[in-house]
Design a protein around this ligand. Sequence first.
Ligand SMILES: [Zn+2]
Length: 93
Amino acid sequence: MASDRLKNLAPIRTLGQMARIEPGWVRLYCETAGCGHHAALPLAPLVVRWGPAAPRRWLLTRFRCSKCGRRNTSIRMPSNLGSHGYEPFPDAQ
Ligand SMILES: [Zn+2]
């Protein structure tokens, strides 16, 4: 659910920009009807692998859903828990 306390951030175009923003990870959701698979994805290893100038859209085009096999993902930021900060990276998938 979207928070009404979100800041109006400038457009994010690269992985390097995304990785500098708390909390440094995102969720990729499979948008295929009936699938609903999702996975937490730390950004730092991708910046190492692809470089900080790698375009944000690579997150959408370079991952295939491990459940249904399609490339139909969306990026979702972890929940902001207010005074508790961002939701921690999940330990187990
Ligand atoms: Zn899927």
